[in-house]
Design a protein around this ligand. Sequence first.
Ligand code: FAD
Length: 398
Amino acid sequence: MDRVIVVGGGLAGVRTVEALRAKGHQGEVILVSAERHRPYDRPPLSKAVLAGDADDTTVDVDWDELRCEMLLGERATALRPGDPSGGTVVTTAGELEFDGLVIATGARPITLPGPGGRRVLRTVDDSRALRARLAPGVRLVIVGAGWIGAEVATTAARKGCEVTVVEAADAPLSGALGPEVGALTARWYDEAGVRLRTGAKVAAVEPGALLLADGERIAADEILVGVGVRPELDWLAGSGVEIDGGVVTDAAFRVTVAGALRSDIVAVGDCAAWWSKRYGRRLLVEHWDTALNAPTVAAAALLGEEGAEYDPVPYFWSEQFGRMVQYAGYHPVAERVLHRGDPDGSTWAVCWLTGDRLDAVLTVDRPRDLVQARRVMSAGTPVDPDLLADPERPVREA
Ligand code: FAD
């Protein structure tokens, strides 16, 4: 394979470049990325960067050693796959022919209708701009009590802002964890002095206010929309690449073009919906751990390594209201929920189970539980639910 083009300079893009070189790829590598910044980490953008404790999260990479040409501030606008292999990426810097292609364009935030000003939080520029506005007394209205909403509320409240979080569902994190478990986090908002409005649908963003569907207006100096993301795939329109929620891939991140599985085109990171053998379905996991680890498999597939397959127990974390919240597994497959410790206490966990199979775990300030539960799930070790419910007993002994 001579020339590999990587489209997207987020974590998944840079990790794929590293993996290609680590696996001995000698050909040309070109990274095309819409942002002007070198690849950087996003999780701190709603944490340390927003708080002012960090400013630069650039991924520590020796680009010269990687022999990677970077086209920063340039965007892919179309893909013309060749038949049966190779093709051309059309970019704002011109047309680039490729022998191998990595689609790593990530995701972009969903926004809301209405003429008023609003912010989203996806890039380091978004984070720095919002940070500059967080000051005592500033009325910040956050739409969405998801991961980003909770993290921004944490920092903004600490900075003395008057924070209101507006959520359409009946509980925070409902979309991610289900209403029952999500509701366990509602009191954290109150304790932090953040006003949480659940069951409140937004009609429009107006200048200086958020208009709710019931006609109420919530006055705001700043509005942040944190209602989720969509894969950034417009540039693939008309290319024949199969898309269903994200770019549809097999377990090695190979994509399908016009009905044919391509070993020279992979998709990875927030834009890829990959086949999980473990869960028997396609997963689109918009989290850091996947962007970090999946590229090794994607690079192996691109270089034609036999048996490349990604089949982890998914993992992510969130830091909210002074707590470390961690999740591993995939709870939609589970039959029931089990509490491990008192959710009104300072540390606790929730386990999702099917019979004696542990499907997922959410831990609050219990990192050891998380690590052990992830190992149990990876190995498929059966658990005793009664023992698991006892927070004094290590998960590995359940
Ligand atoms: P991205 O990071 O989105 O990178 C894609 C890149 O491609 C971008 O630079 C984009 O500009 C570029 N691009 C898009 N379209 C084009 C195009 N047409 N041409 C060229 N370039 C293009 N995960 C966790 O597990 N825990 C956390 O605590 C956590 N916190 C987060 C906090 C914030 C504020 C954000 C935004 C995300 C957070 N995440 C967290 C999620 C994690 O950061 C993402 O899963 C990860 O960044 C995905 O990496 P990616 O490379 O797939 O996509």
